[in-house]
Design a protein around this ligand. Structure first.
Ligand code: NAD
Length: 381
């Protein structure tokens, strides 16, 4: 970020109100970082408390702590973790930039509502993650990494035995056998964490490139005996499998899953319903006491048939934990990382002391999902 003498853009962050959210999109260290980029910060009183930052921490860092109404009316740009709802959108002044995960892959009505309100939408889900200039803006990577770590701790907590092998005077306990399905950012972090706890770890991903990454972390790659040599699609992501491929994959995973004590699923395909990897037959085939943590659980469904957000125990004694919000449970570090990501997205658009979009820039064209052609927030500043 370039040094500028005077802050000319105002960035605001509100208290995140959803029940599952304890993170905050601005942390005190980032206030100072943004000032250097010509951005002054407003934060709603109490917004950082759940992430262990009190108002005084923000004031000391140089932010103004104000009411929600003031944040909304005085900010040129607002940063969010959960995207703002219709009621909040209606309170924003036209020309405000809205930065966060806006769901633009799946929810065109929502993006249209931003357009109608005259807002500029910056959808972090559209970040071209392979660009080196985008690395520090990558909220998906930072938060999925936190999620993968926490998923293992949640699983270990629910599991009725040890993860490591343990020799005691009363006998030797065998290590837990852990299966990680989906070996992207979250899955690789889960492998590392489960290995550090002493579990014997196996992992699977449809992308052929994942095998080397799994093995380099000391885990075994699960061979399903299926050829998904073209499992990698655009941008290094998994492609969506055909119905036949998916059925073959499910049958193979269901069969192999029976040998594991703990299963952690993290598989996604950007902008689509998560693929179902383990069906009810696979869950029923697990031993009593087995634990599943489904990080892909959502209202669209998850990686495990019948998983919902929260915990359920099947008749066969298998605990299924649908846990899409785990990053929020590592609230302090997850906030620090996320705030840096959001701030770097914002700072990218600060040009000559104003917020502006450059139609010739790849990053701008990818990220600006509403209010594309003009830079209204810059007017009249
Ligand atoms: P993600 O959260 O979208 O998906 C998680 C994992 O699920 C992926 O590895 C995906 O291959 C896997 N998956 C999807 N469908 C599956 C199926 N049917 N069966 C098994 N596994 C399935 O992805 P992610 O973790 O954010 O990242 C995915 C890839 O993008 C990785 O290769 C990662 O290294 C790459 N990436 C690159 C950059 C970069 O270039 N800077 C940044 C971030 C991620």
């Amino acid at each position: 970020m370039a040094e500028t003498a005077q802050a000319t853009v105002t960035f605001g962050v509100l208290n995140e109100t959803s029940d599952h959210e304890s993170r905050v999109a601005l942390t005190p260290d980032i206030v100072a970082r943004l000032r250097k980029a010509g951005v002054s910060c407003l934060i709603e009183s109490g917004a950082g408390v759940a992430a262990n930052y009190v108002d005084e921490d923000y004031t000391k860092a140089g932010a103004e702590v104000v009411s929600a109404d003031d944040v909304i009316s005085r900010s040129d740009a607002l940063g969010f973790i959960d995207r703002p709802d219709a009621e909040l959108i209606a309170r924003m002044k036209p020309g405000t930039w809205v930065i966060g995960m806006l769901g633009s892959f799946t929810d065109t009505d929502y993006i249209a509502s931003l357009e109608q309100a005259g807002l500029v939408g910056v959808g972090i889900e559209k970040l071209p993650r392979q660009l080196s200039s985008a690395q520090s803006m990558d909220e998906m990577t930072s938060q999925n990494s936190v999620m993968g770590y926490k998923a293992v701790l949640v699983a270990a907590n629910a599991y009725g035995s040890f993860f490591p092998m343990m020799t005691t005077a009363a006998g030797t306990i065998r290590p837990a056998k852990v299966l990680i399905l989906g070996a992207g950012i979250a899955g690789l972090q889960a492998i590392g964490t489960a290995r550090r706890l002493g579990a014997v770890v196996t992992a699977y991903d449809v992308r052929p490139a994942a095998q080397g990454e799994v093995e380099s972390l000391g885990a075994k790659f699960l061979d399903l005996g299926l050829d998904f040599s073209k499992g990698q699609g655009e941008g290094g992501y998994a492609r969506q499998l055909t119905a036949e491929e998916q059925a073959a994959q499910q049958a193979a995973v269901d069969e192999k899953a029976a040998g594991f004590d703990v299963i952690i699923t993290t598989a996604k395909v950007p902008g689509r319903k998560p693929p179902m990897l383990l069906t009810k037959a696979g869950v029923d085939g697990l031993k009593r006491g087995a634990v599943i943590v489904d990080c892909a659980a959502s209202e669209l469904g998850g990686n495990v048939e019948g998983s919902t957000v929260g915990t359920q125990v099947t008749e066969g004694g298998v605990t299924i934990i649908g846990a899409p919000y785990l990053a929020s449970e590592v609230t302090n570090t997850a906030s620090n990382l996320l705030a840096r990501n959001v701030a770097d997205v914002l700072a990218h658009f600060v040009r000559d002391g104003k917020l502006a979009m450059d139609l010739n820039e790849e990053l701008d064209n990818a990220l600006v999902v509403a209010g594309r052609a003009e830079a209204p927030a810059a007017e009249g500043k």
